[in-house]
Design a protein around this ligand. Structure first.
Ligand code: ATP
Ligand code: MG
Length: 569
């Protein structure tokens, strides 16, 4: 399908996709009276990740653009794995991404009574039966992809007997696994999902919302379509692996045509696969529980709580989802696409500050010992209305160790013996000598400055030099913990095929250092983001930043330096 740009409201131009084409066509034909109602249906059995963000942005975004509504529905039919902790985290994530379900917060468990009544109805219609075979026997009867299944000997048990057994299942008379309820469809179907799928099972386990009320729980495929229909959903979006489940989705609703308000359309789209990340809940749990990362919100994880803590903004994630589009073809998106969206957002929104990550002392020999002066640095190079801030200069300053090379490589325009650079917002300096300790390591470098070259001063010499480096006065710095994060995996496809993703964990994905930063940063609030000039984008850690004691996470470098020698511009 060709993408084309269409205006959905006077304000935004959005890129069309095959789902929008379906909705446009439905609106033309009047199928839903121009109603668009979608839902995001997470199972509360783990934390959301960036793949879920695609589904959230898609569902809420369509509802917004078509003046419809989107529900947040918890698919909570597996009480053994689900918990309120996850419900709370999911609500927080969706709201953080900027979407509002306006009170439409539903749970599949809200429908347990109706789901049960519909199951009894299916039995009375000869469309469901209680199965006595155990799981192994059922598997043996199921057939394979190339051979049909066999009917269970219990398939034709009487309606009365099935109804009686089903009611007794509900009353708690039987142990787990003793019986199941199956839809009576077609054991010879070429689609395995249609071979009399199980729709109810016995589980003597407390449910986080319905407590002890139930000891039988409906299966996902049976629950999902009915929940959609009861909520009047129009377009039920899911990932491609559910394509083979669609005939079952439709079959269930066809049986209940007089009982539910509508028959939503299931539409499948390709899930997000992101390089250098793992997204399966199972693997995320292994990383967290195995102590391979620092919890669910580890800034290197692709969970939404992790991305948030790292410093990804809701806007950058929404932009990312918009940019990657939606299609029916499975593909991989490179992590750099996500990082670029973040750079785009932060380049606009993050005030500039200076931090020295790996300090080297520079002494300006001809600068008076007791002198201090104000240099003015813009808070944003493209936003004069953000004004300038004062960066004080004195005789002894810190520069980045990488900004000096005793024996400069070809094309190196920063400091080296005899070379000149501009100290940003201040003077041109020239390196005159190098101070070393007994081990021969450089301890400090000495420069002279040219007093006629102060930036922004009228009448200053406009001599041009190639290097332009940042610095902070030793007397005027604040120490701050800085966490330099990098990609968690060094393999772009850490879990492709049978690969052990743990084998490609990047050992250098987290480096903690103490940096020197501008003193004004003592007052930062958690989650304030900055560009530390030439060093990248940083955010005040939302958990560990305390008044007077900021902790910064590197969100992303200024340019995509992955795979190349990382260094300063
Ligand atoms: P698991 O990781 O165990 O496969 P899940 O990620 O499918 O679970 P759900 O809570 O069922 O977890 O997902 C909620 C919704 O998010 C579903 O509609 C699902 O299709 C969608 N979703 C999940 N992963 C992705 C992904 N990578 N890309 C796009 N949508 C996704
Ligand atoms: Mg799922």
């Amino acid at each position: 399908m060709k993408d084309k740009s269409v205006a959905h409201s006077s304000a935004d131009i959005v890129v069309s996709n095959f789902i929008r084409s379906i909705i446009d066509e439905d609106n033309r034909s009047g199928k839903w009276q121009r109603r668009v109602e979608t839902r995001f249906p997470p199972e509360p059995n783990g934390y959301l990740h960036i793949g879920h963000a695609k589904s959230i942005c898609l569902n809420f975004g369509l509802a917004r653009d078509y003046k419809g509504v989107c529900h947040l529905r918890f698919d909570d039919t597996n009480p053994e794995k689900e918990a309120q902790e996850y419900v709370d985290a999911i609500c927080e994530n969706v709201a953080w991404l900027g979407f509002d379900w306006e009170g439409r917060q539903h749970y599949s468990s809200d429908y347990f009574d109706q789901l049960y009544a519909f199951a009894e109805y299916l039995i009375t219609q000869g469309k469901a039966y209680v199965e006595s075979l155990n799981a192994d026997e059922m598997r043996e009867h199921r057939g394979t992809l190339t051979s049909p299944g066999q009917n269970s000997p219990y398939r034709d048990r009487s309606i009365e007997e099935s109804l009686d057994l089903f009611r007794r299942m509900k009353e708690g008379e039987f142990a787990d696994g003793r019986y199941v309820l199956r839809a009576k469809i077609d054991m010879a179907s070429s689609n395995m999902n249609m071979r009399d799928p199980v729709i109810y099972r016995i589980r003597h386990i407390r449910h986080q919302r319905t407590g002890e009320k139930w000891c039988i729980y409906p299966m996902y495929d049976y629950t999902h379509c009915i929940s959609d229909a009861l909520e009047n959903i129009t377009h039920s979006l899911c990932t491609l692996e559910f394509e083979d489940h669609r005939p079952l989705y439709d079959w269930v609703l066809d049986q209940l045509v007089d009982k539910v308000p509508c028959h939503p359309q299931q539409i499948e789209f390709a899930r997000l696969n992101l390089t250098y990340a793992v997204m399966s809940k199972r693997k995320l749990i292994e990383l967290v529980e195995g102590g391979l990362v620092d919890g669910w919100d580890d800034p290197r994880l692709s969970t939404l709580v992790g991305l948030r803590r790292r410093g990804f903004t809701p806007k950058s994630i929404r932009l990312f989802v918009e940019r990657i589009g939606v299609s029916k073809a499975d593909s991989w998106i490179d992590m750099s696409v996500l990082e670029d969206c973040l750079r785009e957002d932060l380049n606009e929104s993050a005030p500039r500050r200076i931090a020295i990550l790996k300090p080297l002392k520079l002494i300006i020999d001809n600068y008076p010992c007791d002198q201090e002066e104000d240099c003015l640095a813009p808070n944003h190079p493209k936003k004069p209305e953000w004004e300038k801030r004062v960066v004080p200069l004195s005789k002894t300053i810190y520069i980045e160790r990488d900004d000096f090379m005793e024996e400069p490589a070809k094309g190196y325009f920063r400091l080296s013996p005899g070379a000149e650079v501009r100290l940003r917002y201040a003077y041109i300096v020239k390196c005159v000598s190098v101070e070393k300790n007994v081990a021969g390591e450089i301890e400090a470098i000495h420069c002279t400055y040219d007093p006629d070259t102060k930036s922004g001063t009228e009448g200053a010499t406009t001599r041009k030099v190639k290097g332009n480096i940042h610095w902070l006065s030793v007397k005027h710095v604040l120490q701050a913990e800085v966490r330099l994060y990098d990609r968690l995996f060094s393999d772009p496809y850490p879990d492709a095929g049978d690969k052990d993703y743990k084998a490609s964990l990047n050992p250098n994905s987290k480096e903690i250092t103490v940096a020197y930063v501008e003193q004004s940063l003592a007052e930062v609030k958690p989650e304030q983001a900055f560009q530390f000039e030439r060093n990248g984008y940083f955010i005040a850690d939302r958990v560990d930043t305390k008044l007077g004691k900021p902790v910064f996470n590197r969100v992303v470098t200024l340019r995509d330096s992955w795979g190349k020698v990382s260094g300063l511009a």
